[in-house]
Design a protein around this ligand. Structure first.
Ligand code: ZN
Ligand code: MN
Length: 499
């Protein structure tokens, strides 16, 4: 299936994108939203269920206080107003992974309203207005078996796992995001990144997109430049990584621009993002808007968080990411640009943890921003998803500091750790990577090199000390890069009687 697209630059010259982002975040409470079932990720299917989260007749939900605490913290961190009184609502629809055939959610009475989150792209701050933050419960998970893609198309049967059904879910909805121009994809990614950092700093969720504990739906529409009326939007569902948020927005802009350019109409629909191609395909049409027949949930009392409780929670908020960045910038002595690069690379946590493990900030930043960023790009993954921990980076740097590794050997250790060969020490041992600074071992190599390069050695003896560089090079080569170059030079000059 091929889709016509317009080149991004041309699309942006002619159209102005308007975005909206809905994010679902699973809270990391020990028990589910309305029952006592555990919430651990990855358990055997259907082992964390009970009559309440299976929606069996006669069972009654009870609200999880820790979840309400979590959502209020998120609301406060997003500068929202926490309402004094609100209710849950039933959102009715049929889907196999939703056992009750309704989801307990919130409709016209969300718990948190009117917030904002500032994000920075290339030195410009964009204020993302938050419409609402509401509380709901997650659905179960369908598993489509027998097809190539794991999607329902081509599958021969489907299984359902209700372990996730009833896990507390916070939904965060932005107001329309306008006037971002060609930066729209980057603003979308920056928002998702900042939101993830913010929620993670609160300690209320793991916010791991690869586990589905943070999921973004991205709305995109285009309007001709100079127009005042927004275009029809599409909603790209469950975009599963930060990079994909950016790519999904970009590909929707390119696709919609081509449709509009050819005189076509954008269909209001949900679309699926494909990681492999970086494009979206049509999902379910929303032209006949679904009627969820919302009504107030009769089995639950309203939520009325006292002002004292809200203020207690506000006072308990930790240092938030924006404040933390300012602090770290001062401590590490970074310029605005350097800080921005670190943040954009998703390296702040990693560097901070590496520093905490004993590494000098400059060295920690160097590894993560150069060697490891390059490898992440090669492997097409986020920096944090590389198979190396900050503690391991700190261990490698400690070996460099102890002169057991030089820069080149350290890179080989990184390579080995990333390839799954073990810890830094294991890789050093298995690959025999230690710097040879032992005089005995070096002397044997040097004698051979001097014998093989008698003419060069003579020049050095004759006073051309600069020629010793060639001998040091030969020693490095003979030792496959493992010689301590400084010590080798000293020994060569000593042997040739010119030190
Ligand atoms: Zn349960
Ligand atoms: Mn929702």
């Amino acid at each position: 299936m091929s889709t016509t697209v317009m080149k991004y630059e041309e699309a942006l010259a002619r159209f102005e994108p308007v975005l909206g982002i809905e994010t679902h975040i699973e809270l990391g409470t020990r028990s589910k939203m309305f029952c006592g079932c555990p919430t651990a990720f990855g358990a055997e299917p259907n082992t964390q269920v009970c009559p309440v989260c299976l929606g069996l007749p006669g069972s009654l939900p009870v609200t999880n206080k820790a979840a309400i605490e979590g959502i209020i913290k998120i609301g406060l961190a997003l500068n929202c107003d926490i309402v004094e009184w609100c209710r849950f609502a039933r959102k009715n629809y049929f889907y196999p992974d939703m056992p009750k055939n309704y989801q307990i959610s919130q409709y016209d009475e969300p718990l948190c309203v009117d917030g904002h989150l500032d994000v920075e792209v290339d030195g410009t701050t964009f204020r993302i207005e938050i419409e609402r933050v509401h509380m709901e419960e997650d659905t179960g998970k369908s598993l489509h078996v027998g097809g190539a893609t794991g999607r329902i198309h081509g599958a021969d049967h489907s299984l359902v796992d209700y372990n996730r059904a009833g896990i507390p879910l916070v939904e965060i909805v932005t107001k329309p995001i306008t006037a971002t121009g060609e930066k729209a994809p980057l603003v979308a990614k920056a928002y998702a990144t900042e939101l993830r950092e913010l929620v993670r700093s609160l300690g209320v969720s793991e916010v791991r997109m690869e586990h589905g504990s943070m999921r973004c739906d991205v709305n995109v529409s285009l309007m001709p430049r100079g127009a005042s009326e927004w275009g029809t939007r599409t909603e790209t569902k469950n975009v599963n990584s930060l990079r994909s948020v950016e790519r999904a927005v970009r590909s929707e802009i390119e696709r919609q621009a081509a449709v509009l350019d050819a005189g076509g109409k954008i269909v209001q629909e949900t679309r699926h993002f494909h990681e492999d191609s970086g494009t979206t395909t049509s999902g379910r049409s929303k032209e006949e808007a679904q009627d969820y027949r919302y009504f107030p949930e009769p089995d639950l009392v309203p939520m009325a968080p006292s002002r004292e409780w809200v203020e207690e929670l506000r006072a308990s908020l930790p240092e938030l990411p924006a404040a933390r960045r300012r602090r770290v910038q001062g401590e590490w002595g970074l310029s605005d640009l350097e800080l921005r690069d670190v943040v954009n690379a998703g390296a702040l946590d990693l560097i901070e943890e590496t520093v905490r493990a004993g590494t000098d900030p400059g060295a920690a930043r160097k590894w993560w921003m150069n060697e490891l960023s390059r490898r992440a790009t090669e492997q097409n993954v986020e920096l944090a998803d590389l198979a190396i921990t900050p503690q391991q980076v700190a261990r490698i740097q400690a070996m460099v500091d102890a002169k057991e590794l030089n820069d080149k050997l350290a890179r080989k250790v990184f390579e080995g750790v990333l390839a799954g060969e073990g810890t830094p020490d294991e890789v050093v041992a298995a690959r025999g990577l230690k710097v040879v600074s032992d005089d005995g071992a070096l002397a044997a190599i040097i004698d051979q090199v001097i014998a093989d390069n008698a003419d060069v050695a003579d020049k050095v003896r004759g006073g051309k000390v600069a020629a010793a560089g060639a001998l040091v090079g030969a020693v490095m080569k003979a030792s496959r890069g493992q010689a301590d170059a400084g010590r080798a030079r000293e020994l060569i000059l000593e042997k040739l009687g010119v030190s």
